[in-house]
Write a protein that binds this ligand. Structure first.
Ligand SMILES: CC(C)(COP(=O)(O)OP(=O)(O)OC[C@H]1O[C@@H](n2cnc3c(N)ncnc32)[C@H](O)[C@@H]1OP(=O)(O)O)[C@@H](O)C(=O)NCCC(=O)NCCS
Length: 337
């Protein structure tokens, strides 16, 4: 069975926070942040905005671009580490209700910044059981969990949501070819956000902010990026030259540059938008995918790879060919359900 992405959408909150604005409150500068990260600004959600509200906006755009009605959906997965509620209800259930996607099973998936890659692969597997279209969303309100007094971490993150619609076919080749999902729990303490059931019997959830060992995470990211990308290409028998575009998790432009140097491949193949968006965790890859498609960096027939890494530690990637809207009539002519 082939599983295609047939629509994408994204949403960024209106408010833009520049490095200069951060430098007015922290011991940092625009020059330091840009030279160490490639980030100049990020979007931050309004006080009355929520992860689910952003997810719904990205989802509506993805459904419109796929030409799929909410009631056709059989599954909604929201990849997030910043769900509206600490445990339940899931953000996916809130999104389902807002959309009116009454036939969809719903759950959240937490694999930090690799969440969208994990969610995409989970949805691909579940489409075998229920071939109705699936909605996979990455949505994050990172601004609610970062420590705005910690110059080592807060400069990196932003808020965003990205979504894709997945549709299955037995006959229309293309879509997702290979995936790699991996984790290394031995690095679990490199990025931590406490406030869960472990050892914290009291205290409001929101007191706990993200804590990170930046340099160690940087080194981990460069190492596993190479491993995932080479692994995907080895499995498929392709070389880097066959790839039209690599969508990296938008953590830090210097990570991507280090990967390109290490693999001796042209930097231009990597799509980057962190300059104006920063690291939006699980939202970063679907937002970048949507922007790369909308800006025609990715065209019909292109072979692309998406690579994520993050807390857990988790990492992974997806290799797929993008058929774009051309897949839609073909899928309709060969219905799976
Ligand atoms: C966080 C990160 C930007 C820090 O950059 P770095 O080059 O590794 O810097 P270091 O942590 O080695 O710190 C070097 C110095 O810069 C300082 N520094 C850190 N942040 C700073 C800031 N915003 N402004 C000015 N100085 C800063 C440190 O305090 C340190 O000072 P010291 O030498 O006096 O102790 C970088 O490590 C990074 O991006 N790591 C990956 C993080 C990530 O992607 N996390 C999410 C993964 S999904």
């Amino acid at each position: 069975m082939f599983v295609h992405i047939t629509g994408t959408g994204s949403y960024l909150p209106e408010r833009v926070v520049t490095n200069a604005e951060l430098a007015a409150k922290l011991d940092t500068t625009d020059e330091w942040i840009y030279s160490h990260t490639g980030i100049r600004s990020r979007h931050i959600g309004a006080d009355d905005e929520s992860t689910s509200a952003m997810a719904v906006k990205a989802a509506r755009a993805a459904l419109a671009s796929a030409g799929v009605a909410p009631e056709e959906l059989g599954l909604i997965i929201v990849a997030t580490s910043t769900s509206d509620y600490q445990a339940f209800p899931s953000t996916a259930c809130l999104v389902q209700h807002e959309l009116g996607a009454v036939n969809a099973a719903c759950f959240d998936l937490q694999a930090a910044c690799t969440g969208f890659i994990y969610a995409l692969e989970a949805a691909r597997g579940m489409l075998r059981q229920n071939p109705r279209p699936a909605l996979v969303i990455g949505a994050e309100m990172m601004s609610r969990i970062v420590d705005w007094n910690d110059r080592n971490s807060c400069i990196l993150f932003g808020d965003a949501a990205g979504a894709v619609v997945l549709e299955a076919s037995h006959d229309v080749p293309g879509g997702i070819w290979h995936s790699i999902l991996k984790a290394d729990g031995s690095g679990s303490q490199l990025i931590v956000r406490e406030g869960g059931a472990r050892g914290l019997a009291s205290g409001p959830w929101m007191q706990h902010t993200l804590q990170m060992k930046g340099r160690a995470v940087f080194n981990f990211a460069v190492k596993v990026f190479d491993e995932v990308l080479c692994g995907l290409l080895n499995r498929s028998g392709h070389t880097f030259a066959d790839l039209a575009c690599v969508i990296p998790h938008q953590a830090n432009a210097r990570i991507v540059e280090a990967v390109a140097r290490r693999m001796e491949v042209p930097l231009e193949t990597f799509y980057m938008n962190m300059e104006t968006i920063g690291n939006s965790s699980a939202a970063s890859i679907p937002v970048a995918l949507d922007m790369a498609i909308t800006s025609k960096k990715i065209k019909e027939g292109d072979l692309i790879a998406m690579v994520g890494f993050g807390a857990g530690l988790t990492y992974g990637g997806i290799l797929m060919s993008w058929r774009g809207q051309a897949a839609k009539p073909a899928l309709a002519a060969h219905p799976t359900a």
